[in-house]
Design a binder for this molecule. Sequence first.
Ligand SMILES: [Zn+2]
Length: 355
Amino acid sequence: MLTSAAQAPLSAAAATYATLLRLPKVELHVHLEGAIPAATLLALARRHGVRLPARTEAEVTDWLQFRDFPHFAEVYQAISRCIQTTDDLEQLTYEFLREQARQAIWHTEFTFTAWTHFHNWGLPYGEQFAALHQARQRAERDFGVSSLIIVDIPRGYASPQQALSMTEQVVLAQASGVAALGLGGYEVGNPVAPYWAAFALAHEAGLPCVLHAGETAGPASIWEALETGHSQRIGHGVRCLEDERLVAHLREHRIPLEVCPSSNVCLKVVDHYAAHPLPTLLAEGLYVTLNSDDPALFSTSLTQEYYKSHCELGLSLATLAQLSHNALAASLLSPTAQARLRDRYFAAPPATWAA
Ligand SMILES: [Zn+2]
């Protein structure tokens, strides 16, 4: 899965930020609401008369930055208050995908918390999914970016019955770019078990399940995501290293991990970036992908994650290119669609994008 840096033809190349910006990438773990560009948030706040504690784009960017968990929750709620209509959702999705294109992220599987907008503003699920679908089609036409939607259950907020009702709608939206059911929110004290029926329904309907697990909670959370949540990939999963049997299981079954180092630093799963266990996960032969999670809130971007992994964790350019290929292979696209993207964006010799 990973070529060693010693064998790689790219290992001598200087991995500058500009180079990594041009590296063709795929992102599998990024939240639409947590990736809101500051300009979009300001525009939506003005449209609906929502007062934010910041007035300019620079002030909003600064206010969005992670300080502690209460502030993070306050920011997330403020973002949710600004997204009131399906037009807002379409605008946000389109502008988010434009930013993905700017970073050469040619395929994105973004997580979307439809429950919040249904709960806050009564936006019907089907209309929300239709708005996102329209935006992703427009973005594909205008910017050449591919995308799929993962609708997550916010653990601890949605009741099991609400999650089940939502999942019935999610299953029906598979033709509109909805590709998976997820589980997000705060892990500790919020197990998968209460939502077992929603994940069973998705699984039986052939809809993949992709759960967050193993970030703020340990290996038991990952086992539960696999066994009760039928999870095909693991959102985060970095704490698998605490359980040798789990590491062996993940390796043997080639279960992809959606690793988000800056998120782990902000949430104090690791002390600082240079202490992140990403190199250990790779050394264990695990199926690793690199992601930004909530880039607007964690002062990051996917390009920034690639750059910091190079500078602070010592990952070679060849390894980073391989992580990008891993993400494409771990995507929920059909083999045909993966091959099409690979031919279009990933087949060019490194010299083309590194020039
Ligand atoms: Zn996440």
